[in-house]
Design a protein around this ligand. Structure first.
Ligand SMILES: C[S@@+](CC[C@H](N)C(=O)[O-])C[C@H]1O[C@@H](n2cnc3c(N)ncnc32)[C@H](O)[C@@H]1O
Length: 258
């Protein structure tokens, strides 16, 4: 609790809405959960790292790699990427101290704190609008590989909850905007000329204390994601972590294409 408070008040952030909208809180909560669930989460991190390396093998050149949703960096094979690429660009809205410290040990790893959607500035003011041009992209050059890392289905969650709570957005409009955000993210990936790697949850299942399934749903906001060529289960909420006595397993998939 004390550590979380310390993190909340001392983590530097550059995207103005990060704290008010709850992204910083989420990053700290995720870090806390990681420390409690290391054992269950480790294989997921390893699968993600393997998928990224599989994408890297397909690159004809290795000038720069861009990772969107880098967060804790735990699902990134950072030292191998740093050795193989001239530049490694890691993008997220917020990086906690542990991620900053790790990134700083590599000369060619650059942290970019930015909104990958172009929507947040507008959403903060209650508008369902997204900018098409993303100024932070001007900073990155010669991208031979782009990775969307456990980010796609998360993109609409906080913006929509913000719009519903603070700006009275209704459920139907919220769902439509969520769909637009995911579609726009896939379009962003497809706009890069190099190798693309999409790592994302594809199905979410919840179980009760007896292990019976109580819910199962596609988390992609009604957007068909490209078929996964590798997939695995991530026990993201073990029973002991849950407030409503249900555990959650995400089926995560990776798709790699040119
Ligand atoms: C499920 S976490 C995965 C992070 C990281 N790959 C990991 O495992 O630690 C999703 C990440 O997406 C980031 N994120 C959410 N919305 C974003 C946005 N609009 N722009 C940039 N990053 C965003 C969050 O800050 C968070 O770090």
């Amino acid at each position: 609790m004390l550590k979380a408070l310390f993190q909340f008040f001392t983590t530097p952030y550059f995207v103005p809405w990060v704290r008010k909208m709850g992204f910083l809180y989420e990053a700290i909560a995720m870090d806390g959960r990681y420390h409690r669930c290391k054992h269950q989460w480790q294989s997921h991190f390893e699968y993600c790292q393997q998928a990224i390396l599989k994408a890297v093998v397909k690159c004809e050149q290795k000038r720069s790699i861009l990772i969107l949703g880098a967060g804790s960096l735990k699902d990134i094979p950072l030292s191998t990427l740093s050795e193989q690429f001239e530049q490694v660009y890691l993008v997220d809205l917020v990086f906690l101290r542990s991620a900053r410290k790790q990134a700083a040990t590599f000369e060619n790893v650059v942290l970019i704190e930015a909104d990958v959607t172009g929507c947040l500035e507008h959403v903060f003011q209650g508008k369902m609008h997204c900018d098409r041009s993303l100024p932070w992209l001007d900073k990155v050059e010669e991208i031979d590989c782009v990775v969307s890392l456990n980010l796609t289905t998360q993109l609409p969650l906080i913006p929509i909850s913000w719009l519903m709570k603070k700006h009275n957005l209704q459920t139907e409009a919220a769902g439509k905007f969520g769909t637009e955000m995911v579609e726009q993210h896939l379009a962003l990936l497809n706009g890069f000329s190099g190798v693309k790697c999409l790592i994302s949850d594809r199905w979410i299942t919840e179980y009760d204390v007896s292990g019976n399934q109580v819910d199962g749903f596609d988390p992609a906001w009604d957007v068909p994601l490209p078929e996964a060529e590798i997939s695995w289960d991530w026990e993201v909420i073990p029973l002991a972590e849950s407030t409503n006595r249900t555990s959650q397993i995400n089926q995560v998939g990776a798709t790699i294409w040119r």
